[in-house]
Design a protein around this ligand. Sequence first.
Ligand SMILES: [Fe+2]
Ligand SMILES: [Fe+2]
Length: 171
Amino acid sequence: MTQKWRQDSTFLALIEDLLALEEVQSLANFRHHYYTNRLAHSLSVSYRSYCWAKRFKLDCRAIARAGLLHDLFFYYPQDYPQLVGGIGHLKNHPRIALENALKLVELNDLEQDIILKHMFGCTWTLPKYPESYIVTLMDKQCAIYEVVGASIGQGLLSIKRLILKQDKTLA
Ligand SMILES: [Fe+2]
Ligand SMILES: [Fe+2]
């Protein structure tokens, strides 16, 4: 995941109240995309989306906050009760995340749309705002980085271990 958000005080000021919430912090307890945790993933999506919003002069506050809350659910997909080949969770978790977020903070229409439509492609209701398109794209980009990046890292580590083992055998 990107760590640049830690040094960006403007970004941090936009999300610090949310980041302090126990419910948001608890996302760190859930493994996400196999190699990371749900809080780290949410922060990556939030920060990458925020950077694009800044570049395009969009609503940086809404995108940072809704990006952080987009996966605010507290279960593992495999435990989801209506799971049918993974689709139940994929389709429903944006609505669940929005319901959970609304229990914690007020969200305007833009922020709600960002959370609700972040699985666009799997769900077919069109996002209403450019910010929502950015978050759904960044969510997918982060997921790819998290899974592929970590897999490459694991692969390189295995190769390194193999080389070290061979070196020891030859010594
Ligand atoms: Fe999601
Ligand atoms: Fe996500």
